[in-house]
Design a protein around this ligand. Structure first.
Ligand code: G4P
Length: 534
């Protein structure tokens, strides 16, 4: 190795170690957009809150990439926001958060090294947070919990922490504890320094909140009751197994907990500091053969999302790839491991919300948006030079919505078939078939119903095949493990078995009751829970 190669490898490792790549998992309205803005504001990436992403009046500017998005006023795209904080480069990957969220939301989690679970203090764990948390748990992604909206009435801090241990078996390890109950917030007790971090409100929360740090004696003098209660409660939790232990965070069996109010920038600095201090750095990812690919090996990345039609004027397609190793330079030619074909990276961007900027260099942990990437599919690996590298394909997730799809014009059966196969291979929807239904009438399966709309829109726009979708009444899905039990399920009138393109047999049932009745009748029925990310 020459001296300059060694220096380059050192540079790559150094840059990779500065990265923190994470996503916020939350239920809609918990404050994800607000927190994103507050984080970026603290990092001084933006001049005022509201410039990235917004709600209310600002909602319309989030994105106008797809007509559908505009009509519904929600974002169905996800990409990464990058900003510098202290000596760290933070990559915050956006997870679409509407209740119609889709497989894309889950897939983002395959591209992060950690997650922040954002809870609304009044609501605690909500359905979408639980689903996303399941994926984190399955992938062993370390999670920091931020309990938001402490400035307004909500549940008791201890109850919220109990919910974490009782409902999802995740040990809370408080690092800050609120002083004053929700709605009467004075600041937080920093368990590691023993001091009170008191917050001063600033106008509209549009600038970083002013904080003053008081030692324990002054805190006790100024807020005797609230301070004593905060100390007691935090101690109770610490003594019942909640003592901070970085290894338990890293192995994802426990979660550091912070309290704050994103809209007022309360607690946001602590969150950023914690990400810098604790959150895992990019590590050598295992390739499809299980071999770890060192960070300083030649460039490699995998595509975790493909977005079509982001710019209607050009009908372009952007593939988002997470860099796993090496140094990416715009203009370099890489190989798509799936096809073995070269791919020129002349047009590479950073995209977040509506903002795009050209990107020249990227390191492990960063996300690159490859424009005009019509040849790229979700799950593809890109690499520089030889030998070829291939990362494991992206998992499919347990769908909860099903619809039979038919072309409105039977004369376009061929285009229909091609379109369905294409959308299935891109992971826009999962495609299921069975002998009973026949090859010509596939069933689309999705995590969120909006995937159906995207699929129907694309079949018509790109393949010239308007389709009719008939929703099926199933909501519960299991993995069929004993092929012979297919008949039992199909003939029961309570469900049916369909085969996904990857060969997995999925048993679908209308609801838990139907499934319960069937398993009582056939106790040894060969089905299993479909875990997130299989
Ligand atoms: P989301 O992206 O998770 O869907 O949530 P978003 O940030 O849009 O926040 C949802 C609502 O919660 C917003 O109010 C936002 O201002 C509010 N919010 C976020 N963080 C806090 C907080 O710490 N305290 C309080 N009190 N509210 C918070 P909205 O009325 O829906 O929108 P807007 O009119 O305020 O923009």
């Amino acid at each position: 190795m020459t001296a300059s190669q060694a220096a380059q490898q050192h540079d790559i490792t150094h840059e990779a170690h500065r990265r923190r790549t994470f996503a916020v998992i939350s239920h809609p309205d918990a404050g994800k957009s607000t927190l994103t803005e507050a984080l970026a504001l603290h990092a001084k990436a933006l001049t005022s809150a509201g410039a990235v992403h917004g709600k209310g009046d600002r909602r319309g500017v989030t994105s106008d990439w797809l007509e559908m998005e505009q009509a519904r006023g929600i974002s169905i795209t996800s990409a990464a926001l990058q900003f510098a904080y202290r000596d760290t480069v933070i990559n915050l990957l956006d997870t679409p958060g509407h209740s119609d969220f889709s497989e894309d939301t889950y897939r983002v989690l395959s591209a992060v090294d950690s997650a922040v679970m954002l809870l609304d203090a009044a609501k605690g764990l909500e359905p979408q947070t639980l689903k996303l948390f399941d994926v984190c748990r399955h992938r062993n992604i370390p999670v920091i919990t931020f309990i938001n909206k402490w400035d307004r009435p909500g549940q008791a801090a201890l109850d919220l922490c109990d919910e974490l241990s009782e409902r999802i078996n995740l040990q809370p390890m408080p690092l800050t504890w609120p002083v004053g109950e929700a709605g009467n917030f004075h600041g937080v007790h920093d368990l590691r320094t023993g001091s009170l971090v008191r917050y001063e409100r600033t106008a509209g929360g549009a600038t970083a909140a002013a904080e003053t740090e008081l030692d324990a004696a002054r805190a006790a003098a100024e807020l005797p009751d609230e301070w004593a209660q905060a100390l007691d409660e935090a101690e109770l939790l610490v003594e019942s197994g909640g003592e901070f232990d970085v290894d338990r965070y890293s192995d994802a069996s426990a979660t550091p907990v912070l309290f704050g109010a994103a809209v007022l920038n309360f607690g946001v600095r602590q969150l950023l500091d914690l990400l810098v201090e604790l959150a895992p750095r990019p590590f050598a990812r295992a390739d499809a053969d299980g071999a770890a690919r060192g960070l300083d090996t030649p460039f490699s990345a995998f595509v975790f999302k493909v977005q079509t039609g982001m710019d209607r004027a050009h009908r372009d397609q952007v593939a988002f790839a997470r860099v796993c190793s090496g140094r990416f330079e715009r203009g370099m030619t890489v190989t798509n491991a799936t096809t073995g074909r070269p791919f020129a990276t002349k047009y590479v961007q950073q995209v977040f919300g509506q903002q795009r900027s050209t990107l020249d260099i990227a390191y492990p942990g960063d996300v690159i948006g490859l424009v005009n990437a019509t040849a790229l599919r979700v799950g593809d690996t890109l690499h520089e030079g030889k030998p070829a590298v291939r990362f494991p394909g992206l998992p499919s997730f347990a769908p909860g919505h099903f619809a039979v799809v038919r072309p409105k014009d039977l004369g376009r059966a061929k285009q229909f078939r091609r379109g369905v196969d294409q959308l299935g291979s891109e992971g826009v929807v999962q495609v299921l078939r069975s002998d009973r239904r026949g090859d010509a009438t596939p069933v689309f399966a999705a995590v969120g119903p909006m995937q159906f709309e995207v699929a129907a829109h694309r079949l018509e726009a790109e393949f010239g095949v308007p389709v009719a979708l008939d929703r099926l009444p199933y909501s519960v899905v299991r993995l069929l493990t004993v092929p012979d039990d297919r008949k039992t399920i199909d003939s029961s009138g309570r469900g049916e078995v369909l085969t996904r393109t990857d060969g997995t047999d999925l048993a679908l049932f209308t609801d838990e009751i139907a499934l319960g009745v069937l398993t009582r009748q056939h106790p040894s029925l060969g089905i299993e829970q479909l875990i997130a990310g299989t």
